[in-house]
Design a binder for this molecule. Sequence first.
Ligand code: ZN
Length: 56
Amino acid sequence: MTKPTSPKPPTNPCEHPSFTKERINGAQTGDYTCDQCRNVFSWGEKLEIEEARKKK
Ligand SMILES: [Zn+2]
C-alpha cells in the first residue's frame, strides 16, 4: 500500500516582507506588489499585513 504522492508544492506562506508600488507603464496603480510572492495587494490590505507583522 503506497500513498499516492501528490505533486503539491510545500506550503510556504509568504509573510510579504516588503512591498513595491505596482506600476504599469510607469504609472502607479495604487496597489502594491509583494517582492517575494508577487501577489498584488490594495493599500488597505498592505496596511493590514504590516500591522499584523508588528504584533509578532
Ligand atoms: Zn508575499
